[in-house]
Design a protein around this ligand. Structure first.
Ligand code: G
Ligand code: G
Ligand code: NA
Ligand code: MN
Length: 251
């Protein structure tokens, strides 16, 4: 209860903010984008990660509202960075299943000022089960119409539906870090990740590996033909205020 009330108050006070984790081209290690990761800027407890609020937020049906707040803030951050002349090619935002069922999503997209290909939504594999819902279909239609790319997040932890991939044809799939982490000591796990990269290639879907934690992961994933990398070996999630210095240091 206490936590639930606090979450509602935090929403009113706009205390849910995006952190940003950079994403890199596997071949050149150029910055290709940033992913937003929700944080709760708590007045006493400091910056809290999603494990501290998503379960309760889910219970009280507040996840869509958090997602909405993060997206709005991220769009404003991107505009500010553009204004400052920073070259951030792409913004990826997590969109929960709850948010995808929210009729307000499609409506709000009509007023988002963003060029096609600059924004992408990371959706969970469970989307493959939700696709028959009218609101979800309408929202997906609006997402496509606005030129927002769809990425399947945490691929391999949910339904991993190949038929779903063919039907939805996302721009990109992100291999979950649970699958990526073991590749440096398990040949079987390495073959598995290689197979997922092949599935992406055969369907013309780009592949990101999450959880590139060490230089060994980075080298191995690059050699395996992965397109994009994200992980602690390259950059950790950071507050918006740290992004400009990080991006400038890349050049
Ligand atoms: O940020 P962290 O590294 O702790 O993220 C943990 C998990 O929280 C992620 O795997 C993701 O599923 C979820 N998450 C992070 N940011 C968001 C967000 O903005 N919205 C939603 N719905 N989930 C998020
Ligand atoms: O939304 P998604 O499931 O992609 O969430 C990414 C989560 O993974 C965030 O919680 C982020 O902090 C975390 N993360 C990012 N890079 C790494 C990494 O290299 N190792 C580990 N263990 N976690 C990572
Ligand atoms: Na994500
Ligand atoms: Mn993920």
């Amino acid at each position: 209860r206490k936590n639930a009330d606090e979450i509602i108050a935090a929403l009113e006070q706009h205390r849910f903010v995006p952190y940003y984790q950079p994403q890199f081209c596997a071949r050149t290690l150029d910055l290709v984008g940033v992913e937003t990761l929700a944080r709760w800027d708590h007045p006493e407890r400091g910056i809290l990660t999603p494990d501290a609020f998503l379960p309760v937020a889910e219970e009280i049906n507040a996840v869509a509202a958090i997602d909405r707040q993060i997206l709005e803030r991220a769009i404003r951050d991107l505009q500010a960075w553009d204004g400052a002349g920073l070259a951030i090619p792409k913004l990826s935002v997590n969109v929960s299943s709850r948010r995808l069922h929210d009729p307000e999503l499609g409506v709000s997209l009509r007023s988002i000022p963003i060029e096609p290909g600059r924004l992408s939504f990371e959706l969970l594999e469970s989307i493959f089960l939700d696709e028959c819902d009218r609101t979800v279909l309408d929202n997906l239609g609006e997402i496509r119409k606005r030129g927002i790319d769809i990425e399947i997040d945490d691929f391999g932890t949910g339904h991993a539906s190949i038929v779903g991939l063919i039907r939805l044809l996302p721009r990109r799939l992100k291999i979950d870090r649970q699958l990526v982490k073991p590749i440096v000591h398990s040949q079987a796990q390495r073959r598995l990740v290689g197979t997922i990269i092949e599935i992406g290639r055969s369907l013309d879907i780009a592949v990101t590996a999450e959880g590139a934690e060490t230089i060994a992961h980075v080298q191995m994933l690059r050699d395996m033909g992965c397109d994009t990398l994200q992980g602690y070996a390259l950059a950790r999630p950071m507050p918006a205020t740290a992004v400009p210095d990080f991006v400038r240091a890349q050049c």
